[in-house]
Design a protein around this ligand. Sequence first.
Ligand code: 5GP
Length: 189
Amino acid sequence: MTKNKAKLIIFTGPSGVGKGTMLADFFKRVDNKIVYSVSCTTRAPRDGEINGMHYFFISKEEFEQMIKEEQFLEHACYSGNYYGTNNKFVDEKISQGKSVLLEIELQGALQVMKKRPDAITIFIKPPTFEELENRLRGRHTETEAAIQKRLAAAKEELKNIDKFHYIIENDIVDKAVDKLIKIYNKETK
Ligand code: 5GP
């Protein structure tokens, strides 16, 4: 019998690359030995986003209080808002034998790599930068100013791609998810 190995998996990639679409498909296709870590954020919910499912939407004051209380495994200010991963959630799940997937941006990913050198790190890249820009604009979820901030962040993120164990190009979603599942199985089974 193969034993399941609970791992911390960092899933990073520029805004607009399609991480959310990939993960929705991934979690439909895998076993229940892996859970998604729901982050806290100070950004406003988008249409259809549910508190506690997509994020815990909290105020800046609440977030800063949680930083003081060291409740975050990592946190970052991205595009003018705070985002952070709850320490306790991650520790609890790992101790229950579940792998935990963190969908986080680069600054947070680098913090977790330092604190948890055993984490598996995956970077999702777009086929081209132009394609990333098209996808980001096609979502119609951000203002032009926010799109510009996200594109600037994407350039920085792409410069750090070599720090990750695995790189997946998200050209065709199905194929990209196949690769993600292969990595998951290889690292945890
Ligand atoms: P969005 O506002 O589009 O939902 O997320 C913006 C960026 O923040 C995405 O790259 C997403 O992966 C990242 N992000 C989401 N949650 C966290 C978190 O807990 N920590 C960090 N560092 N980044 C996060």
